[in-house]
Design a protein around this ligand. Structure first.
Ligand SMILES: [Ca+2]
Ligand SMILES: [Ca+2]
Length: 325
């Protein structure tokens, strides 16, 4: 075959590959999804949160912890403030945030703090780094120094990090860490994002963002997990919070990847909250609780209920509190 023919065939093959990838990626990113607004009553922004509350968790006594101002080169920045952790007492009608930690480090490492409740302060204990914790997105603690973590990429190199989702390589994993054992305990995720644990501590839930699914894993021993099922959520879900009374899952999701990729201020990423009831039953109930096109709140990443209210946090913008119907 002449050189020109080889070259033409190569170019044609590359064009087919790129075309196929573009179609697949549009499907994975929910590129064409249109969102219908679905609001909750009495929503208002939480005063003082201007650069996101990417993750939120609430203690049994109504004290919410908000991790704010995530810094990432690919994200728009609404503030030059460093990352901070705040508390918010949901039982106090004033709903005033209080800062407890300034500038947690943002490399792929896990920092352990002790919460000193009387002083509303976090006391730094230690930093954990490990080669298996290379792209940590989220963790769920199972002991004072042990946790499960998701890695949202396999590669750490910038170009390869882009190639990985482009080729839909399902190489993301879940790592178990304890001072004695560090091990990959589950794999095969396209983009492992939020992770949490069931109220009886027997199951792990992992959000595979690009598969639009919540993966349920059974904990046999700390380092042995078995795959139970996958539940379709139809959205790009980020953090998972578990209602400690009902065991329901609450998901902060990105409804449409196109808006996320384009970051057009006139057509910003929207927000969506999804609830899963009876996830372990044969017919889990998946309900959209809240949806907004970005005019109220941009890029929701977490939602967590408490006492008839719902707190919604975002990657880099504001946080919202609403009444649940
Ligand atoms: Ca996340
Ligand atoms: Ca989380």
């Amino acid at each position: 075959m002449g050189k020109l023919a080889v070259l033409s065939l190569s170019v044609a093959a590359l064009a087919v590959l790129i075309g196929e990838r573009v179609i697949t990626l549009r499907h994975l990113s929910l590129y064409y999804r249109e969102l219908t607004q679905n609001y909750l009553p009495n929503c208002h922004h939480i005063e003082g949160i201007e650069c996101g509350a990417e993750d939120i968790t609430i203690l049994e006594n109504g004290l919410a912890f908000l991790s704010t101002c995530v810094k990432h080169p690919d994200l728009p920045s609404y503030s030059d403030d460093p990352g901070k952790i705040y508390t918010l007492n949901l039982l106090d009608s004033e709903l005033k945030i209080k800062m407890i930690v300034n500038e947690p480090k943002c490399n792929s490492q896990v920092e352990i703090f002790r919460f000193v409740e009387d002083e509303n302060a976090l006391q730094y204990i230690k930093t954990i780094k490990h080669e298996l914790l290379h792209n940590v997105n989220d963790i769920v603690a199972v002991g004072t120094e042990s946790f499960y973590a998701t890695n949202d990429h396999y590669f750490t190199n910038g170009i390869l990090k882009f190639v990985e989702p482009f080729l839909s390589l399902p190489w993301c994993d879940v790592v178990y860490y304890s001072p004695q054992t560090v091990q990959v305990v589950a794999g095969g995720f396209l983009l492992a994002n939020g992770i949490n644990i069931s109220t009886d501590k027997r199951h792990l839930y992992v959000a595979d963002l690009l598969k639009h699914k919540i993966v349920v894993l059974k904990i046999q021993k700390n380092t042995v997990l078995s795959h139970v099922k996958e539940v379709d959520v139809g959205s790009l879900c980020d953090n998972i919070e578990v209602d400690r009374e009902s065991g329901d899952l609450w998901l902060g999701c990105h409804p449409n990847g196109r808006n996320w990729l384009l970051q057009d201020p006139n057509d910003p990423p929207g927000s969506e909250v999804i609830r899963i009831e009876n996830i372990l039953s044969e017919k889990p109930k998946v309900t959209q609780v809240y949806a907004d096109d970005g005019s109220v709140i941009i890029a929701s990443s977490v939602a967590t209920p408490y006492g008839g209210k719902l707190l919604i946090g975002t990657v880099y913008q504001k946080a919202l509190i609403c009444d649940l119907k």
